[in-house]
Design a binder for this molecule. Structure first.
Ligand code: PXP
Length: 236
């Protein structure tokens, strides 16, 4: 059965919007662990729009499960990861203007750079996953650079507009998962997964972790809003 790693970036988005010290990502991470998830995922973006360096350092200290750090291959971020040593590093492409990670990493293009980074990460005991589109050529390169995992980008499947498109994107994912397993890579998946579209992906038994963030954090507003208002009314 696929396990769940919850991406808690948007707890930090809310905190940064007011420059407060709450809501706390540590408190969120503790809830993620208490509910039996496989780990906590955060993306330390180059522009630090949500997760901050201190969040990653604090999470590494308190987590009993897995810290999966999503990160670009920018030198400063790589150096930071080498200091913190997350259990797993998921390498992603990053553009300043994007709202979220838009596409998969071009492993073919950055082959030699990735090979070097992965070698250093392995020396520090960091498991390395490469976030890629369901593309067989990218999978071959992921194997060549000695990645442990690939994370299949499920964004195109999640954004597909009609049944035929959904089916097409789903089949690409399935084919990529089987192909990656055959080449000896382990497989995670994520991006854009929500309460409506996750089931079919979760049924692909070769997938180990699903990294899901936005839909879960967005859902908490309406599973928690009523109680939050009631608590305030009681005090007033
Ligand atoms: N996996 C990767 C590599 C990501 O970059 C993200 C977004 O930060 C996710 C999973 C989670 O995506 P979502 O927030 O759409 O669930």
């Amino acid at each position: 059965m696929a396990k769940l790693c919850v991406n808690i970036d948007h707890i930090a988005t809310l905190r940064q919007a007011r420059g407060e010290n709450f809501p706390s990502v540590i408190q969120a991470a503790k809830i993620v662990e208490k509910t039996g998830c496989d780990g906590v995922t955060v993306h330390l973006r180059e522009d630090r729009r949500h997760i901050q360096d201190k969040d990653v350092i604090d999470l590494k200290k308190i987590l009993k499960t897995k810290l999966n750090l999503e990160m670009s291959i920018n030198k400063n971020i790589v150096d930071f990861a080498l200091k913190v040593i997350p259990v797993e590093a998921t390498l992603v492409p990053e553009k300043r203007q994007e709202l979220t990670t838009e596409g998969g990493l071009n492993v073919i293009r950055y082959k030699s750079k990735l090979k070097k980074i992965i070698k250093i990460f392995h020396q520090k005991g960091i498991i390395v996953s490469l976030f890629i589109n369901p593309d067989l050529k990218q999978i071959n390169s992921a194997k060549e650079v000695n990645a442990d995992f690939i994370e299949i980008h499920t964004g195109h499947y999640a954004n597909a507009k009609n049944k035929r498109e959904i089916e097409k994107e789903f089949m690409k994912i399935k084919k990529a998962v089987y192909y990656a397993k055959k080449t000896g890579l382990r497989v995670n998946a994520g991006h854009g997964l929500n309460y409506d579209n996750v089931k079919r992906i979760a049924q692909i038994k070769e997938i180990e972790d699903l990294n899901i963030g936005f839909s879960i954090i967005a859902r908490t507003l309406f599973t928690g809003l009523e109680n939050a208002i009631k608590e305030m009314l009681k005090i007033i």
